[in-house]
Design a protein around this ligand. Sequence first.
Ligand SMILES: Cc1cc2nc3c(=O)[nH]c(=O)nc-3n(C[C@H](O)[C@H](O)[C@H](O)COP(=O)(O)OP(=O)(O)OC[C@H]3O[C@@H](n4cnc5c(N)ncnc54)[C@H](O)[C@@H]3O)c2cc1C
Length: 440
Amino acid sequence: MAVTKSSSILVIGAGTWGTSTALHLARRGYTNVTVLDPYPVPSAISAGNDVNKVISKGQYSSDPNRMDVNEILGKQAMDAWFNDPLFKPFYHDTGLLMSACTETGMKRLGVRVRPGDKDENMVEMSTPEEFRKLAPSGVLRGNFPGWKGYFTRSGAGWAHARDALVAAAREAQRLGVKFVAGSPHGKVITLIFENNDVKGAVTADGKIWRADRTILCAGASAGQFLDFKQQLRPTAWTLAHIRLEPHERPLYKNIPIIFNIEKGFFFEPDEERGEIKMCDEHPGYTNMEPTPDGSSLASIPFERTQIPKECETRMRALLRETMPQLADRPFSFARVCWCADTPNREFIIDQHPQHPSLILGCGASGRGYKYLPSIGSLIVDTLEGKVSSRIREVVKWNPEGAVNRNWKDTLGRFGGPNEVMDFHNVKEWTHLKERNISKL
Ligand SMILES: Cc1cc2nc3c(=O)[nH]c(=O)nc-3n(C[C@H](O)[C@H](O)[C@H](O)COP(=O)(O)OP(=O)(O)OC[C@H]3O[C@@H](n4cnc5c(N)ncnc54)[C@H](O)[C@@H]3O)c2cc1C
């Protein structure tokens, strides 16, 4: 049956991509859309539930098809961050420094720079003085040892991730989308597999949600509902906050994002709490556990508002090189944050080949927030069968590309030990006061 504007559509997951999908469905006039999530927006386990995320036009790729996808999604997203009244209030055009310290790191950075991008908007930097001047107030006091990089002055910055996510969900709701949130009512336990198709989902309260189309946007948890044939690897990264004293906050305001692809990154403090968020950069952590039939291992996400001590050490090392005055300040918050990596870090946005009523919006691969305003458009195009073959080639369901997958593949990421770590090997965690992040 062809999809119509009154077809019943079930979206599983009200995180970054599920919310974007709900918004695009509503904006295109779909009238019977329900979104299920075990948490109210912003979900405590959504990767988008964060104080800030880097927003830029996306990575350069020498593959023209991959570049097409990046360009389309990136352009639509940047247009919205700059102009759409829904998203504009949450975007801060602070500029973005991308840097590295080793030759390999610089080579990788060079590949990311698009030909033609090195104009007056992008400045190459290589001396500590140049890096320190990025904060006119003088708060970047570090020695930046061995740092080199590229500073994009404008057209790149950060968005208040959680607030933009909540605004998008509210707008979808205003336009008629029904959000069923909280456990057990919104917590999906299984898809309904019937006649070689998917006909909806069942929630933990036993309710059966039949639907003409089901869209799976469950982020790192998507593998619970479908055999992805090794195409998804839930991978976690780590973040922490430092709270500044009220009198210090103006000095750190408007500093650009300082991003070192081998060490980590941080942002200006947020307005509400005056906290600087930082991440240590590394290829990620898995949590490998035996699969239920015991035949293999799979990475299983879990929620934790603490981080391994080794991450704290790396973050403090980053601060020592950049803002040593903050290197020994206590952390006010920390969290592990999960995303799902595909074998080539391309997204899986496709109609399932064996279950035609199931649409996949999965595999955000650690780079999916910036597309909050645009990703739902591609997911709804997929639902409507409007995606060009060139684009589909990049984002298609592709189990052949995951045969004998190497779960330890760094996927071109650097930092820490330069290898994928596993939480089972972590000896010590932080002991911070817990904060309820579904009620932030
Ligand atoms: C530390 C960190 C930093 C990042 N920084 C950036 C950045 O600077 N820029 C950028 O572009 N990207 C960044 N990313 C990546 C980005 O956050 C993700 O790619 C993006 O948020 C993924 O969106 P998603 O919708 O796939 O997953 P999520 O936003 O995680 O959403 C998944 C949703 O599924 C729901 N769900 C789970 N189980 C169920 C169930 N049983 N039933 C129903 N629903 C369920 C969850 O509650 C959640 O709401 C970062 C990621 C991390 C971890």
